[in-house]
Ligand binder design. Structure first.
Ligand code: PLP
Length: 368
């Protein structure tokens, strides 16, 4: 039997980028400067240009980026942050770290992204921000959410951890809100050799706040001028590696989109429904199908040698470790989504033959 097809194989990405990445690593190691230095500065400039905003600020992870972005737009103890409950709880964890109370809205049954029509009932006078996750790499309803936030006088923060380069009418993920969080966890569309993240914004004050908060709340060195700071620096090695990989991102994402579209064709008309589209507004971080018989589908694919994963198996308001700080909400679409979603292998270095094998197995399972 052919070898199994895994959800990801980062050693293949390394083969494709090894000369650029190795040169970047050697340069940093020889430089004698290892955290928040010229490599971070250069990466921040490239990332801001790539996203189409004035500022990018490197931090230590995507979750830190969410926390510092929320903090920089004014979220603090006792404030409420409105978000969804099917997106892995990263935003919820970030909000809780700030002493904020997460409030959940349900998702659209078609896209599994935030249902903007429900924002009105979820907001109160304590609501300080809406955190919109571009889940699976697909842009959420930014226009509707932005219009709502403008009317209500609250901030839109985008979670772009899966969505770098998703775009609508020429505007990219991360350029719509007051602030946007990116993750460079190794398996993301742009991945470091460890953890990393960034906050993007057009707002000078938000950028200044994040720069201060990522380094203890310093204004000048050793002078804490802002409360709520911590250490969330991005290191020079990761920044240099990210700069080396950034030029590959457009090609990688086009390949991911191609893979998603191939799977879409395969499932059309069968019992599985493909959520991911592979269109321009979808960075195709994940290729997600839904099925009421998800666990059976998963087992059948495994028998065909195809690995799958579940993003995400537990809704935020059902996480046992958060039970004391998060109230259960009425989220019927989220409940169905959580028990039905399944992610198929989707990474740029999959060969055409492997993509065909996945598509054929999915077709067989879908039409069984
Ligand atoms: C990965 C991810 C994060 C968290 O990023 P880390 O770098 O792992 O902290 C946040 N939100 C979403 C949607 C993610 O996929």
């Amino acid at each position: 039997m052919a070898p199994p097809i895994l959800m990801n194989d980062l050693s293949r990405q390394h083969l494709a980028t090894s000369s650029e990445v190795s040169a970047a690593i050697d340069r940093v190691v020889a430089s004698g400067w290892y955290s928040l230095g010229p490599e971070v500065d250069a990466f921040e400039v490239s990332l801001a240009r790539f996203v189409g905003v004035r500022h990018a600020v490197g931090v230590a992870s995507g979750t830190d980026a969410l926390e510092l972005a929320l903090s920089a737009v004014g979220c603090g103890v006792g404030d409420e942050v409105v978000t969804v409950a099917n997106a892995g709880a990263y935003g919820t964890v970030a909000a809780l770290r700030l002493g904020c109370r997460p409030r959940f809205v349900d998702v659209d049954p078609e896209t599994l992204l935030m249902d903007a029509a429900q924002l009105e009932v979820a907001t109160t006078t304590r609501t300080r921000a809406v955190l919109l996750t571009h889940l699976y790499g697909r842009l959420g309803p930014v226009e509707e959410v932005q219009a709502f936030c403008n009317r209500a006088g609250i901030a839109l923060v985008e979670d772009c951890a899966q969505a770098i380069r998703a775009e609508r009418r020429g505007c990219r993920a991360g350029s719509f809100g007051a602030a946007a969080a990116f993750s460079f966890y190794p398996t993301k569309n742009l991945g470091a050799l460890g953890d990393g993240g960034a906050v993007c914004t057009d707002d000078d004050e938000v950028a200044t706040a994040v720069r201060s908060l990522r380094q203890y709340g310093w204004g000048e060195r050793y002078q804490i001028t802002r409360p709520g700071g911590r250490n969330s620096r991005l290191d020079e090695l990761q920044a240099a590696v990210l700069s080396a990989k950034l030029p590959f991102v457009p090609g990688w994402i086009n390949r991911r989109r191609e893979i998603v579209r191939r799977y879409r064709e395969a499932v059309a008309g069968g019992s599985l429904r493909m959520v991911s589209t592979g269109a321009l507004d979808d960075a195709a971080q994940l290729a997600v199908v839904v099925s009421p018989e998800r666990d059976i589908v998963r087992r059948l694919l495994e028998e065909h040698g195809i690995a799958t994963a579940i993003h995400y198996p537990v809704a935020d308001d059902e996480q046992t470790g958060l039970a004391r700080s998060v109230e259960r909400a009425e989220l019927p679409v989220t409940r169905t989504a959580v028990s039905g979603v399944l992610s198929l292998p989707c990474y740029p270095e999959l060969t055409d033959g492997e993509v065909d094998r996945v598509a054929e197995a999915v077709l067989r399972v879908s039409n069984r």
